[in-house]
Write a protein that binds this ligand. Structure first.
Ligand SMILES: Nc1ncnc2c1ncn2[C@@H]1O[C@H](COP(=O)(O)OP(=O)(O)OP(=O)(O)O)[C@@H](O)[C@H]1O
Length: 300
């Protein structure tokens, strides 16, 4: 049984369709990317998955069953708008939330201590939330979403407000939870995080699914139109080659836009005839490029 199955869900607010027939499945041990421009329908989809709002049409199942209070206990949610009480002590707040999700106070305290150690901030146990920096509050909010060992977790912009060191730390934790079998629905505007963490994704645009599937396979469907060339010296005449549309010169070499892979072999021939080539690579499109393209295409 899949932890999470969303089938053709539709949600309307008055005559505005916020989500128009979205289907997706998240496996155990998978981080699933949910992407889309502002207003695309991501939050509405996540709220339906959480049972906070009901779909007008379609179905959502959790390990093959419809929504119930038991399902709520096996879910965790990191909302984009953080919602901790500033004046309440971290330990009181998190153990309270954990108890609401069905675990004993003793287990909650033990789990919290373990999590604070994992995040290298054990001293926060007795601190009030308002005493912590924004990034450190974010760690506490993350702990709140996983303290009860949920089987399905929804992470909305999990890394926002964190410095690069803390982003890496939280990424490490997210990967560990994935490897332990958690199913995660991961929504973000940061494509590089999706690229690194997710196997499958859905891109929504104006309430519709515009692109969906395995990220590696999706990338293979798009042409390779960028060449990275690193050389010891100058290469003259790149702009004049057939199929080359743009040449950017950098300290270490060139980034070149091409219309097809034939142009790539002309580039390497020209470069080796003039200087030492240190790196030559015809790049796959980035997820960022694919996102802009698919959202752009659906605009048209
Ligand atoms: N409670 C509501 N009442 C009316 N319209 C709503 C409501 N919630 C969302 N919408 C509309 O539904 C559409 C989808 O909104 P949603 O919040 O799901 O987008 P999103 O993808 O999460 O956007 P963002 O990236 O900006 O958070 C938007 O046009 C929004 O204005």
């Amino acid at each position: 049984m899949k932890p999470l199955q969303v089938e053709h869900v539709v949600k309307q607010y008055g005559d505005k369709t916020a989500v128009n027939g979205v289907s997706l499945e998240v496996e155990a041990g998978e981080i699933y990317g949910l992407l889309g421009a502002n207003g695309a329908g991501k939050t509405t989809t996540m709220r339906m998955v959480l049972g906070l709002i009901y779909p007008d049409q379609g179905r959502i199942s959790y390990f093959g069953k419809p929504y119930s209070a038991d399902q709520l206990r096996m879910m965790g949610y990191l909302p984009e708008e953080r919602g901790l009480y500033p004046r309440v002590k971290v330990s009181d707040q998190i153990t309270y939330l954990a108890q609401l999700r069905g675990i004993s106070r003793r287990d909650a305290e033990r789990n919290l201590k373990r999590w604070l150690e994992r995040f290298e901030v054990p001293e926060y146990y007795d601190k009030k939330v308002e005493e912590l920096s924004k990034g450190n509050q974010q760690k506490i909010q993350f702990i709140a979403s996983v303290i009860h060992h949920p089987k399905i977790v929804i992470l909305d912009e999990a890394f926002s407000g964190l410095d690069p060191v803390n982003v890496e730390m939280l990424k490490g934790v997210v990967k560990e939870l994935r490897d332990e079998g958690m199913a995660m629905l991961f929504s973000t505007h940061r494509m590089e995080h999706v690229e690194e963490l997710c196997r499958n994704m859905t891109i929504l645009h104006r309430s519709d699914v515009v692109l969906q599937g395995n990220i590696k396979q999706i990338k293979k469907r798009y042409p390779r139109e960028r060449v990275v060339l690193r050389t010891a010296g100058e290469v003259a005449g790149l702009e004049g080659l057939r199929g080359v549309t743009q040449v950017e010169r950098h300290e270490q070499g060139y980034d070149i836009r091409i219309t097809g892979e034939e142009a790539a072999s002309e580039i390497i021939k020209l470069a080796v005839s003039q200087t030492e080539v240190q790196r030559f690579e015809v790049m796959e499109p980035t997820l960022n490029e694919i996102f802009i393209r698919s959202v752009g295409e659906s605009h048209e």
